[in-house]
Design a protein. Structure first.
Length: 403
């Protein structure tokens, strides 16, 4: 507001001075300036009123009136007579009338535009909410298509479920696993962990719900995770709420090796009836059957889309993985942090060396000649600053921002 006021004063002085010089000071018909049928100063006032509104245009009226009175005085007229002769001071009244009428019109028009912008913003928010609801409805519809529910006492037939995931890759199957377990078992806390055989640890890849199990698990002899690794079977965990163990845990198998686990950390209403464990076993078996082909395809995809002898993907494959994480966040509220930075002329192998000890084995990195992107999976908002600092150590002096 203050900036517009100062700018309008400058504009008014410049425009009024230009009219004064052209139509009076350098004119051979100075006396005609005071009684011109179309007073040039009224045009200036009209323009300023339309541009800035009624209140700011009033100062234009004052400036234009001063120039008009100055012209009147320089013609040798008495200033007292000016305010007594209507044929002269009528122009001052005309200036005010134009400023008030056109200024009010401009203010009303501007208010209508602002109101329309506010209404448009509200409509956009409603439209966005409706899109989210539509996405949820589409997702529910997809779930219903794959669901065959039997009675509470029976084991469900899962042919439709497995048919829907047999043609999908690993990332999409992970999403489908979460959907199936929340639908069929009524679980509101589910997590998928990836196993690192060399370190004998599990690290969380995806979590939904209020999980109490750490993101990083060191396997210890005798715990439920070591039992799963040995038996390669679905097990029931400890029901003691004080112990941070899952209710049920199932291995994710690649051939005969355990490459991950699926944890059911909590069931709605603490429902842990026997048939749910049997159902989880059946679902886990069908999931592993679907993952056999998916893991084979994943190896081919990784070789095809990663740079030779590195863990770094091209940006197209990186974007594909990121989109699936975005979908999980939309559907289940799972978390991740995605960062982007310019490439300071690093080759894939140079970047691969710098990543060692800086990013986890489950995190995803993509690059091109111009850009480097990081996806820190299952990372919450509180860790954003720490992750940005870590990336800045990998890429010193490069601007980093969230995507």
């Amino acid at each position: 507001m203050k900036k517009n006021f100062i700018l309008s004063i400058v504009e008014s002085i410049v425009y009024c001075l230009a009219i004064y010089l052209i139509f009076f000071y350098f004119s051979n018909f100075k006396s005609d300036f005071l009684n011109m049928n179309i007073q040039p100063l009224t045009i200036v006032i009209g323009i300023m009123a339309l541009k800035y509104g009624v209140y700011i245009s009033l100062q234009t009226v004052i400036i234009a009136s001063l120039f008009y009175i100055l012209a009147y005085y320089q013609l040798g007229n008495d200033l007292v007579v000016f305010f007594l002769d209507f044929s002269y001071y009528k122009f001052i009244l005309l200036f005010f009338f134009i400023a008030l009428s056109l200024g009010r019109f401009s203010d009303n028009l501007r208010k209508k535009i602002d109101d329309l912008k506010d209404e448009n913003k509200i409509l956009e928010e409603k439209n966005q909410n409706q899109r989210e609801k539509n996405l949820e409805l589409v997702n529910i519809n997809e779930r219903l298509k794959s669901r065959i529910v039997g009675s509470k006492e029976s084991i469900l037939t899962l042919h439709q479920i497995t048919s829907s995931i047999l043609t999908k890759n690993v990332e999409k199957i992970f999403t489908q696993i979460l959907q199936i377990l929340t639908d069929f078992l009524g679980s509101d806390v589910v997590s998928i962990y990836i196993y690192n055989k060399e370190r004998n640890t599990f690290r969380a890849r995806v979590k939904i719900g209020n999980s109490v199990i750490p993101n990083f698990i060191i396997v210890e002899e005798g715990d439920i995770y070591s039992k799963v690794l040995k038996s390669k079977e679905t097990l029931e965990g400890n029901r003691d709420l004080n112990i941070k163990n899952p209710v049920y845990v199932a291995p994710i198998l690649k051939g005969e090796e355990v490459v991950g686990i699926v944890n059911i950390e909590r069931l709605k209403y603490n429902n842990q009836e026997k048939y749910l464990l049997e159902l989880f076993k059946v679902i886990s078996q069908w999931i592993n059957n679907a993952l056999v082909n998916a893991f084979d395809k994943a190896e081919i995809e990784i070789l095809k889309n990663s740079y030779e002898n590195t863990r770094i993907y091209n940006l197209q494959y990186f974007s594909y993985i990121l989109e699936e994480d975005k979908k999980r966040k939309k559907l289940f509220g799972s978390e991740y942090i995605a960062l982007e930075a310019g490439n300071p002329n690093f080759t894939p192998k140079e970047l691969n060396e710098k990543l060692k000890g800086k990013v986890r084995d489950i995190d995803v990195v993509g690059m091109s000649e111009e850009t480097i992107k990081f996806l820190f999976v299952n990372a919450n908002r509180e860790s954003k600053d720490v992750l940005i600092k870590r990336v800045s150590e990998i890429l010193p002096g490069v601007e980093i921002y969230e995507i």
